[in-house]
Write a protein that binds this ligand. Structure first.
Ligand code: SF4
Length: 62
């Protein structure tokens, strides 16, 4: 899975991290970090949940 975040849209609310903490980390300074831009296929379901959870539609996957 390839994960891309549109940083212009992201508002750092951490909802994606709640769904896929293996991939998304909201840091102490409230900046979102992508821990793994190409997570294993086994994480696809979680990453898809993160895409749906994002209120800004900032996450796209391929
Ligand atoms: S859910 Fe969307 S807006 Fe919120 S931190 Fe994740 S990418 Fe950013």
């Amino acid at each position: 899975v390839r994960v891309v975040v549109d940083w212009d849209l992201c508002e750092s609310n951490g909802l994606c991290m709640a769904e896929a903490p293996e991939v998304f980390l909201l840091k102490d300074d409230d900046e979102l970090d992508i821990l793994d831009e190409t997570p294993d296929e086994s994480l696809r379901t979680k990453v898809e949940a993160a895409v749906r959870a994002c209120p800004r539609q900032a996450i796209t996957i391929a």
